[in-house]
Design a protein around this ligand. Sequence first.
Ligand SMILES: O=C(O)CCC(=O)C(=O)O
Ligand SMILES: [Fe+2]
Length: 286
Amino acid sequence: MAERAVTVPESATEEFARKGYTMLPQFYDAERDVAPIQEGIRVILELLCRKYQVDAPTDTAWNAMTLAYPALIAKNRSWGGEVYDAVKQIPAFMQLVSKIENSRVFEALRPGSVPGLAAGGYGIRIDNPGEEKFRAQWHQEFPSQLRSVDGIVFWTPLLPVTPDMGPVQIAEGSQAEGLIPVYSSDGGAGKTGAYALFMDRCDERLSRYEVVAPLTKPGDLVLMDFLTMHQSGHNVSKMPRWSMQFRYFNFADPIGIRIGWCGSFAAGVDFGAVLPELVAQRENAA
Ligand SMILES: O=C(O)CCC(=O)C(=O)O
Ligand SMILES: [Fe+2]
């Protein structure tokens, strides 16, 4: 069977190489690819609202995501963790994550690569209004994912993202910084794991780039270089920001080969033990 061809516009490959990110509008079909995931989320929220006797509407995916989920976590924040762990196991989500077209996009943006789909590198984020603990502060993807230096984050929303929902912020062209060492701190917000990593001299580096925050809707695909500095915006709306992210990497990358394509936090690996050059000395850290 012929492999499905995917046309990535020349302007997108050029933008990705220059700015470290690009967006492919309506790359996925919102009805065919995304609606079944939204329906899967609806069903999970219906089951959990019943389990915990939370009286909130789950008749539509929209109501479930924007009303039932906030009602559930208002009663007990830890029930949100159950939702978070459950939704990434919706088969329709895994079907989107593993679509052949994703590999084709990766090959177009990384000519000559051999695409790999990062195990444990996929999930569904629920960014709640005013919640700092799980907000991803400025980071490069590589230390928290590893696999290969030339990996790419695939990011696509489950709800239309408005400016007040805190769209992902991207420092245009910041992949030029190369690998930035990181140090750990809870940031005063109880952050742990990948959320507790801070980049060496972050502000100084950021000042060199323009920050953009593309607005997206279901079907749109944002692609970010593993070295591009990015962070979650601040959600100051009334609605959780639901989005999907997964990562592809390149089996042919020499550093990937050297580290055996190992993963990072989600794989139980201490990146500092694998790549000591990624660990910043706290004294030098701003
Ligand atoms: O969605 C967000 O707020 C952060 C996304 C991110 O850092 C990622 O997808 O790698
Ligand atoms: Fe990220």
